[in-house]
Ligand binder design. Structure first.
Ligand code: G3I
Length: 491
């Protein structure tokens, strides 16, 4: 796979703002040239976020569709192809043809993939619809295990459970609910065991309005899961502002309230009636304002691709032209600074929970090897450009994989001309190379438990998957294998 290149980010920043950031000890990256990103994915990446779309496998041979999708987006969700009816049409017989078609198309272009969805009352295969009780419970577990085994280590996240609540906040009366109220937590525990490397999300619609019953019902479940240690990493707010729904004024409150429970949030299926520019701008800004809102996915490329095409709800018209809403989203993404992760008011206070080891002797070159993947931290295409995001790649020991741990806890590359640098201190902050400057976001503790933690953030180096091109980020230390790295001397 071609190593993923990331656009540099250059912004106009007022001197006063820059100095206040510096005083607050926030991120160092305050470039001074104006150069707005020209695609949604690149614009979102400036703040460490993604911008995605749903993709239908049977449209990929439409070149207008696939050209727009590959150009604009950097996260892909299979619209229907990874759902239970598609992946296990007969009991015990899995079929990943269409899902893999989308996965391969995306990853060959350096795009990440979200899995959608494992346990849902809809789009169950016929054989599953007719099951109940303990037989259905076991079938759900087998389904999660079968599908997650196939995609193990490959996906950024899975929507483990989809749409399990009624509008009033009670549980939806589905066949899955009939297997016992604990079915959702069983699904999440099964999923964590099946693939510890992927983020596990609960996904639903009509949970955007903070004062709505359904929102509160889902919130209470996430709160309960977090308090009891049920594994859950994220909440997907589908954000279908179609079919009579619209952007609520308290949307940001909803996002920040979920995030405060200790989960990431993402907008997972966005569409808006007649693509209202104000609503698209507003939902984008709400995400940008919440540090743990990690990305936005629209539910299709062109209006003609939408499940609600009569409402023209997407960012491209049927001819593939950018609509006004596209510009409102792009401008909002470009107007955001390096991201809320750098805001003094939202910087985390996390502190390292492990002791640093004695630093290896200064001057020696090391590979940094991910223990889960066996792959090395690599600078794509041997770039020396400030802001180039590092990735996992097959270890080869060339200079773009040679890291020196200095006495001042920097991890330098290219003989010391560039440093491993955190572009922020919050969850999902990008890890990149940057000219060495001695600041704390370029200082790392190499810990005895195998983690590498940022001195500024206290957060761990983390990867979402194991394949070539997987980008490295900061994330809350969680003891999982995707946060384990070894410094291996290059002799
Ligand atoms: O592919 C068959 C085609 O062969 C057949 O002729 C035709 C006849 O109806 O159906 C086609 O399948 C349709 C499929 O989309 C592919 O177009 C299904 O009928 C249709 O039900 C299915 O709709 C999908 C819907 O989920 C099903 O629940 C939509 O594409 C998809 O956008 C939608 O996505 C959901 C999310 O998964 C969850 N959140 C809500 C969202 C919107 O409903």
């Amino acid at each position: 796979m071609k190593p993923l290149l990331r656009r540099g980010r250059y912004r106009v920043v007022l001197a006063a703002a820059a100095s206040s950031l510096a005083l607050a000890g926030a991120a160092l990256v305050v470039p001074t040239l104006a150069q707005a990103a020209s695609t949604l994915g690149a614009a979102a990446a400036q703040s460490g976020r993604y911008f995605g779309t749903a993709i239908a496998a049977n449209r990929l041979n439409d070149s207008t569709y696939s050209t727009i999708a590959a150009r604009e987006f950097n996260m892909i969700t299979a619209e229907n192809e990874m759902k239970p009816d598609a992946t296990q049409p007969q009991r015990g017989q899995f079929n990943f043809n269409s899902g893999d078609q989308i996965y391969n198309w995306a990853t060959q272009r350096g795009l990440k993939v979200r899995g959608h969805t494992l346990a849902w009352h809809a789009q169950q295969p016929g054989w599953m619809q007719s099951l109940s009780g303990s037989t259905l419970r076991q079938a759900m577990i087998d389904h999660i295990n079968g599908v997650m085994a196939h995609y193990k280590g490959k996906l950024a996240a899975w929507d483990v459970v989809n749409e399990a609540f009624n509008e009033d906040g009670s549980r939806r009366n589905s066949n899955l609910q009939g297997t016992g109220n604990d079915w959702i937590e069983v699904a999440f525990r099964t999923a964590r065991a099946a693939d510890p490397s992927t983020k596990l999300c609960y996904n639903d619609y009509n949970i955007e309005n903070w004062s709505y019953g359904k929102t509160q019902g889902v919130y209470r479940m996430i709160q309960d899961f977090k308090s009891r240690g049920v594994p859950i990493d994220c909440v997907g707010l589908q954000t279908h502002f179609t079919g009579g729904s619209s952007l609520p004024s308290n949307f940001q409150t909803t996002l920040s309230s979920f995030a405060a429970l200790g989960v990431d949030v993402a907008l997972t299926e966005v569409d808006v009636t007649n693509a209202s520019t104000s609503q698209y701008q507003g939902l984008t800004q709400a995400c940008l304002n919440v540090p743990r809102c990690i990305g936005i996915t629209v539910w299709g490329v062109r209006d003609s691709d939408s499940w609600r095409s009569n409402e023209n709800p997407l960012l491209f018209d049927g001819g593939g032209n950018k609509k006004a809403a596209y510009t409102s989203v792009l401008n909002a993404l470009n107007a955001a600074g390096p991201g809320p992760t750098t805001s003094p008011t939202t910087s985390p206070t996390a502190t390292p929970t492990t002791s640093p080891t004695t630093p290896p002797p200064a001057g020696g070159a090391n590979r940094i090897v991910g223990s889960q993947s066996g792959r090395c931290i690599d600078v794509p295409n041997s770039s020396q450009t400030n802001g180039t995001r590092v990735q996992l790649y097959d270890c080869h020991g060339n200079t773009n994989q040679q890291w020196t741990y200095t006495a001042s806890r920097q991890l330098t590359v290219y003989g010391g001309s560039r440093c491993l640098d955190a572009a922020g201190s919050g969850n999902s902050a990008a890890i990149q190379i940057y000219a060495c400057n001695g600041q704390t976001n370029q200082q790392w503790n190499v810990n005895s438990n195998g983690t590498v933690t940022g001195v500024q953030s206290g957060r761990c180096l983390d990867v979402w998957g194991t394949g070539n091109g997987q980008q490295v980020q900061l994330y809350d230390c969680n003891g999982q294998a995707n946060q384990q790295f070894r410094l291996v001397p290059i002799s």
